[in-house]
Structure formats: C-alpha cells, structure tokens
Design a protein around this ligand. Structure first.
Ligand code: XMP
Length: 326
C-alpha cells in the first residue's frame, strides 16, 4: 500500500474529475488489499470516516462492517442520518450501538472537564472493543486518518486514530487508511464525488466528546437535551448565511438565573451562542452575525427550548478563550 509521505508529484484533488480518478484508483487498491476478508470501521458520521466507509462500500461492499456508537452527545439528527445514509441508502452492514445510558450513567455527577473527556474516550473504546469481540474473522480495521494527522504525529502530538482507538486495539488488525495522504479539503471533494450529502461533507468541526463539552460541569439529561435543541436552531439559522462561520454552536453552562414567566419568578439556564472564524483553530476571532438573525435565534430558543430564560452572545476571542467551553 501507499507509504506515509505524500509524493510531490501528487496533484491536489480540487475537481470532480480528479476525485473520480482518485476513487477509481483507491477502489482498485482496496480490492487488492482486502481480498475476501472482512473490514471493521468506527463510523462517527464525520466527513473522514464517512468517506472511508463510502469508498469501502464501493470496493468490498458487504465485507465492510461499520460500527456507529451513539454516546448520547451527538447533535440532533446525527445518529439517524448515519443510519439512513449508510444502512438504508448505501446498503452497508451497520451495527448501531445505542450506548446513551452507558455513557450518561458514567458521566453522572462528573464536573471536571478533563475527567469527562477521559470517561468519554475510555467508554468509547470499551463499547467499540465489545462490538469488535462479537465479530469473528475480521482481519482489517479501516480508519479515517488524513494527512494532517500523519504530519502532526511527527511533532509533539501523538498520532490520533479515528475514534481515538489505542494501539493495542489497532495492532490486532491490519490497517486500511485510504485517505491518509489527503488534506481535509480534498476529502470533501472526494466525499461529494461519492454522493454523500452536503451536510455530511461540509459539516463544521465537531469535537469527539460532542455536546458533552458544551453542557459544562456535571451533565444532566435535561440540560443536555436543551443544548441539543438550541444547537439545532443555531445551525438551522446560521446556515442561511451566504458564508457561514467556521464553527458555530451553543453552550449551556451549569448556572441558572432569574427570569419571569406568567408574572412569576422563573429560574432558567442561559444559552450562549458562539460563532468563530479561524484558519488553524490555534487562534480564533468572533464573527459578526446580522442582528435580525441573532434576534430570531433568541426568539426561537426561548420559544422552543424548555428550561432556557436567557440567550447570550459570546464575543470572546482565542486567546484567551478557547473555542469550546471546556
Ligand atoms: P479549542 O476549544 O481547544 O478547540 O479552542 C479547537 C478546535 O478543536 C475542537 N476540539 C476537539 N476536537 N476532541 C476533538 O476531536 C476534543 O476533545 C476537542 N476539543 C476541542 C474544537 O471543536 C475546535 O474546532
């Protein structure tokens, strides 16, 4: 298979024609590498793993087994979309794991951000490993590694696999990494050429721990649901901008404040809207959203999301404020 260094002669994939040529070449290579064996893939619904899944479906069809873990921290409609695109439309073998209770029970009462991240990461690996154990005769593990992951692993950061699978799991399989020499923009062009839906191909970055880092402090199911609903409204409205910001979302801190409803005190949460532009996520600037759009978002969140009595606009920049709240 291809090495880990992108040849200088490799043309940047910017058009559908170039993407189709890449797809043809990769499908052939995947057929040769995999033969008659089975391949396992942790499918998050992000663009990288989705493109890998679509390539593998084209190359080896039913030999691919996708595992989609719903940890309860995904955005509204995401697990349903993964099932509908991959199982219903692309006819992939997809194991959908509803691990919502498993994750939320483990996270109950845990307020420390690092502790939350660790629990989510470790639980993900356990759920995935449990599923992998149930399958026999799987020789290959596919991963949505992309070129920046390889470049970063040369420096201070450890190479991170899709879904954060540790070496001892990865080393049990032979790896299949068909997009490892591509940059993110190229993965998107290939995804489009493979016929994946735009909201999968062009989706904004979304952290592995999902909405868990936007429901600050100890996660409760009701506040998590409020984050999910408010996030869906913010995305729906800001997506109407001609050029949407790089990342935009809602966080709901573990805090209540006084409001008034039907003439009575009404304690509620505050939804904080954040929209940023950045090149590399190392620094980020806050983005101006047209006032009518902002007030519409405010009105919809107040009217449609139970438990919220206040909507705030975050003008912070990175540094000093990170993009995510935890
Ligand atoms: P911060 O909050 O560090 O975020 O300014 C920079 C970018 O990284 C994303 N992010 C994460 N992605 N796992 C991920 O896969 C994480 O734990 C994580 N934390 C932050 C964040 O959404 C932003 O795009």
């Amino acid at each position: 298979m291809q090495g880990n260094v992108r040849p200088e002669s490799m043309e940047r994939i910017t058009t559908d024609v170039l993407a189709q040529a890449f797809i043809e070449e990769q499908v052939q290579a995947l057929k040769e590498q995999i033969g008659e064996d089975k391949v396992l893939l942790a499918l998050s619904g992000g663009v990288d793993s989705s493109v890998v899944a679509a390539l593998l479906i084209k190359a080896v069809g039913k030999q691919l087994v996708c595992v989609h873990v719903n940890h309860g921290l995904l955005r509204k409609g995401e697990p349903e979309q993964v099932v509908s695109v991959f199982r219903d439309e692309l006819k992939a073998e997809l194991i959908y794991v509803d691990a919502v209770d498993r994750f939320l029970d483990k996270l109950a009462g845990v307020a420390d951000p690092e502790q939350k991240r660790k629990i989510i990461g470790a639980e993900f690996i356990e759920v995935f490993a449990d599923e992998a154990k149930k399958l026999s005769g799987v020789k290959f593990l596919a991963q949505g590694t992309i070129y920046p992951d390889i470049l970063e692993s040369d420096g201070v950061k450890a190479h991170h696999n899709v879904g954060g699978l540790p070496e001892d799991i990865a080393s049990r399989f032979e790896l299949v990494e068909p997009v490892k020499l591509l940059y993110k923009d190229e993965v998107r062009v290939v995804g489009k050429a493979l016929g994946l839906p735009d909201n999968m191909v062009y989706r904004q970055p979304f952290p592995g721990p999902g909405l868990g880092v936007r429901c600050t402090g100890a996660i409760t199911r009701d506040r998590l649901e409020a984050v999910r609903e408010a996030d869906a409204i913010v995305r729906e409205e800001i997506d109407k901008m001609e050029t949407p910001p790089w990342q935009y979302f809602v966080a709901i801190p573990d805090m209540v404040s006084t409001g008034i409803k039907d003439g009575k005190r009404y304690m509620g949460w505050a939804a904080i809207i954040r929209a940023v532009n950045t090149v590399d996520a190392v620094t980020a600037s806050s983005v101006e959203i047209p006032w009518p759009m902002l007030t519409r978002i405010r009105d919809r969140i107040i009217a449609e999301v139970p438990g919220i009595n206040r909507v705030l606009w975050d003008v912070s920049e990175k540094p000093v404020s990170t993009i995510e709240f935890e």
